[in-house]
Design a protein around this ligand. Structure first.
Ligand code: SF4
Ligand code: SF4
Length: 279
C-alpha cells in the first residue's frame, strides 16, 4: 500500500518562510473536525525552519532545514497518548484527535522532535497533520509545498519498498535517526546542516607580490592516512566537506609546483576556515 512521505532538499531551501506562512494561513482560525482544531495566531510553528551557519569569514555558508511533525512509523507520541488520542492512518499520516487529546499536556514531552505544540486557549496538543483534510479531498501536495518557490519540499505517496529504494539510491536521510522513531520526512543534502568542513586559502609571495595559488594539491590526513585530496581553485581556496563534527585531529598538507610544501594541523570541533596559508 502506498503511503505519504515528505522529501525536503536542504540545498534548495532559502528560508523564505512561505511554507510556514502558508501553513498558518491554512490553520489559524480554521477548524477541521477530525483532523485539527484551529492553530493559534502566535506561538506555534508547525513548520519550523532551522538554520546553521558554518565556517568563519570569508568562508561561510548557511543551511536551512524545514522541520515539522515527521509522521513517524514508530511514534512515541502515539504510545504516550491516552484514550487513543493519536493514531496513524493506513496512508502513514499521524493525526492528533482534537477532541480526544484535550487536556493531554504530557504529549508535548512525548515528541523527541519538539513538534507537538500546546494550545493554551483550547488546552490542546497540536501538530502539523500533513494537511490530511486536503489530502482526503484529493490534493496531491501540501499547502507548504504549493507555496515553496524553489521546489525544496515535495510530498510523495509511494509504497515503503519504493521509498526505501529512493533513500538508498538518492542518499536521503532523516532527522534523529538514532531515536528510532522511523520518520516519514526525508532530507536531501542534510549534510549541509549536520556535517562540517575544513577549508582555507593557499597563497604565495613572488617578487614582493602576494597572490593566491591555483591548482595546489591539498591532502587531508587523519591518523596517518590520506582520506581526501583536492586542488585549490583560482582564488586559492580549498574545502574538505562532509566531515563529522568533533572528529579529532587532522593534518592538511599542501604542495604546489616550484614551491616548498606546507602542512597545517587542526582539531575539528565545528567547521573551520584555516585562513590564508602562505607557501
Ligand atoms: S514527529 Fe513527534 S509528533 Fe510527529 S509522529 Fe513523530 S513523535 Fe509524533
Ligand atoms: S517555502 Fe521552500 S524555500 Fe521557503 S522556507 Fe519553505 S521549504 Fe524553504
Amino acid at each position: 500500500m502506498s503511503k505519504w512521505n515528505m522529501i525536503i532538499d536542504v540545498a534548495e531551501c532559502t528560508n523564505c518562510q512561505l511554507c510556514t506562512l502558508a501553513t498558518m494561513d491554512e490553520y489559524v482560525g480554521n477548524d477541521f473536525p477530525g483532523y485539527a482544531a484551529a492553530m493559534p495566531k502566535h506561538g506555534h510553528r508547525w513548520i519550523d525552519i532551522l538554520q546553521k551557519e558554518r565556517g568563519q569569514a570569508p568562508m561561510i555558508d548557511i543551511a536551512y532545514v524545514p522541520t515539522m511533525c515527521n509522521h513517524c512509523d514508530d511514534a512515541p507520541c502515539i504510545k504516550a497518548a491516552k484514550h487513543g488520542a493519536i493514531t496513524k492512518r493506513d496512508d502513514g499520516i499521524v493525526i492528533i484527535d482534537p477532541v480526544k487529546a484535550k487536556g493531554q499536556k504530557q504529549l508535548i514531552d512525548a515528541c523527541p522532535y519538539g513538534h507537538i505544540w500546546w494550545n493554551e486557549e483550547l488546552q490542546l496538543p497540536q501538530h502539523w497533520p500533513f494537511d490530511a483534510h486536503l489530502i482526503d479531498q484529493g490534493w496531491k501536495e501540501t499547502r507548504g509545498q504549493q507555496s515553496c518557490p524553489t521546489g525544496a519540499m515535495r510530498a510523495i505517496k509511494v509504497d515503503d519498498a519504493e521509498m526505501a529504494r529512493m533513500v538508498r539510491e538518492e542518499g536521503l536521510e532523516v532527522l534523529g535517526e538514532d531515536l528510532g522513531t522511523k520518520p516519514r520526512v526525508y532530507y536531501r543534502n542534510l549534510w549541509r546542516y549536520t556535517k562540517c568542513f575544513i577549508g582555507g586559502t593557499v597563497s604565495a609571495e613572488a617578487n614582493g607580490v602576494v597572490d593566491c595559488v591555483e591548482g595546489a594539491c591539498v591532502r587531508l590526513i587523519k591518523s596517518g592516512a590520506v582520506i581526501a585530496e583536492t586542488t585549490s581553485d583560482n582564488y586559492g581556496d580549498f574545502k574538505f566537506d562532509r566531515l563529522d563534527e568533533h572528529s579529532g585531529a587532522y593534518t592538511v598538507e599542501i604542495e604546489a609546483k616550484g614551491r616548498p610544501g606546507k602542512s597545517v594541523e587542526t582539531r575539528l570541533g565545528v567547521s573551520v576556515n584555516l585562513g590564508e596559508i602562505r607557501l
